[in-house]
Design a protein around this ligand. Structure first.
Ligand code: ARG
Length: 472
């Protein structure tokens, strides 16, 4: 038997790389190494990249006008089929790239095989994920705008509502509910900034890096980069095919966003409880209990809080995937997709849920004010008042401490004590003290940028809203 007779025909192995193989790939290995079940999500970006590459090859004289025409039409037809859901994906063809290329060759014949000239799946996949993530980031932008403007509008409506502010979850000082909501907006604003940083850094084209070293064909990387809307081509071919920093960076952004949403969720859950009763969440964001008829469970914020775990997991998965990887491309990188896809889907759903829910939060102003009157939230105001009368802060702290101890024994808030009662602790106290002991007086006095005074909250909300509007 001649050597060539012993060789397995290319049709029994993968057409794209079967040439040097003597036996077909093991069926289990084929399934184990295939990524098409999940990377078909990159199909439209893969075709977009191929169209730009083919166009550039024809400008460079590597493909003829006719060949370009055939490839373009073929790819456009395949894109439409995929869009309609009628495209037949094959695990035997391993991944999205080879499925599409095989379909093209089946359609237009030998010319289809020319598309891969001067390109490798290594720069192809790196290009596809960047294009895909950029599209996804652009879809997250309006979700941020909706949530943030809803939050800011609620803050404006609640600029005068007073609630206890907490440190250590103990009543600390009165704050306005609007101020609390604007604190959330600041977290989201930083998250948005991180997302935009990620977009700016990922927007470079790896196409042309080929397998790892570049290609011998006269390619024009500037042309493909600009056709694909990238700012410029990446600088180094080895780095281009191996870099997944942008996916890690996205997951880092996503983890921080989820951390913030989980903090907001936690507060909403507490506030909606019978013990706080600060807010009411509309029924459509809650569910009941099959056994306890009185229950209205805040499922949406609970689920958002819970989903933080999976996104943190994706960040760690990608960091671990990249740790110690030698240059350049390694198959490990195929594992980048599922965590990234799920991180995108999860933050998108959570932003959407919050965007719907936040404007529908009903504040129970009476319960908030009532809670602020318990716990001696204006104790610092009394201490500051005594400082104003010439007493050293440490001494005034001591005087107020004694007043609070008296209040605990008598079950009275500071504002509920008579002037005579207060004067037991200092003869510097006169009847102007009640201006600072009321909740309204306390918050109004914190009248500077970043302070909780209602006028400051309204001004801060206005600035924040203008900022969000100016972003798009
Ligand atoms: N499916 C592969 C991935 O997602 C595409 C690149 C494969 N490259 C290779 N040299 N095997 O990473």
């Amino acid at each position: 038997m001649s050597n060539s007779d012993k060789k397995t025909s290319a049709s029994q192995t993968n057409q794209a790389w079967g040439g040097r193989f003597n036996e077909p790939v093991d069926a289990f290995v084929a399934r184990f190494t295939a990524s098409v079940d999940f990377d078909q999500r990159l199909a439209q970006q893969d075709i977009q990249g191929s169209l730009a590459h083919a166009n550039m090859l024809s400008q460079a004289g590597v493909l003829s006008e006719d060949e370009l025409q055939l490839i373009t039409t073929g790819l456009e037809e395949i894109a439409a089929e995929i869009e309609q859901g009628s495209f037949a994906w094959s695990v035997a063809l391993e991944d999205v790239h080879m499925n599409i290329e095989a379909a093209l060759t089946e359609r237009i014949g030998i010319v289809g095989k020319k598309l891969h000239t001067g390109r490798s799946r290594n720069d192809q996949v790196a290009t596809d994920i960047r294009l895909w993530l950029r599209d996804q980031i652009d879809e997250l932008k309006p979700l941020f705008a909706t949530l943030q403007s809803g939050l800011i509008e609620l803050a404006t409506a609640e600029a005068d509502s007073i609630m206890p502010g907490f440190t250590h979850l103990q009543t600390a000082q009165p704050v306005t509910f609007g101020h609390h909501l604007l604190a959330w907006n600041e977290m989201l604003e930083r998250d948005y900034g991180r997302l935009m940083d990620c977009r700016a850094r990922l927007n470079q084209s790896p196409l042309g890096a080929a397998a790892l070293a570049g290609t011998t064909y006269p390619i024009d990387r500037e042309l493909t980069a600009s056709q694909l809307g990238f700012d410029k081509p990446t600088e180094n071919s080895l780095d281009s095919v191996s870099d997944r920093d942008f996916a890690i960076e996205f997951c880092a952004f996503a983890s921080l966003l989820m951390t913030h949403l989980s903090r907001m969720s936690e507060e909403l859950i507490l506030w909606a409880s019978a013990q706080f009763q600060f807010i009411d969440l509309p029924d459509r964001f809650c569910t009941g209990s099959s056994i306890m008829p009185q229950k209205k469970n805040p499922d949406v914020p609970e689920l958002v809080r819970g989903k933080t775990g999976r996104v943190n997991g994706h960040l760690i998965a990608l960091l671990t995937l990249m740790k110690s990887q030698p240059l350049a491309y390694n198959k490990d990188n195929q594992e980048d997709k599922e965590p990234l896809f799920d991180a995108v889907d999860t933050v998108s759903d959570c932003l959407r849920a919050f965007g719907d829910m936040v404007p529908a939060i009903k504040a129970n102003r009476a319960a908030m004010a009532e809670a602020a009157l318990r716990g001696f939230s204006t104790a610092t105001d009394l201490a500051d008042y005594l400082v104003g009368k010439g007493i050293a802060f440490r001494d005034s702290h001591e005087i107020v401490g004694k007043s609070v101890a008296y209040g605990i024994a008598e079950n009275k808030d500071l504002s509920e004590m008579s002037l005579e009662e207060l004067q037991q602790f200092s003869d510097q106290i006169s009847d102007d003290v009640f201006e600072v002991l009321t909740l309204e007086g306390s918050v109004a006095a914190r009248n500077h940028i970043g302070g909780t005074a209602p006028d400051q909250v309204r001004a801060a909300a206005e600035r924040a809203l203008q900022h969000v509007k100016s972003r798009n």
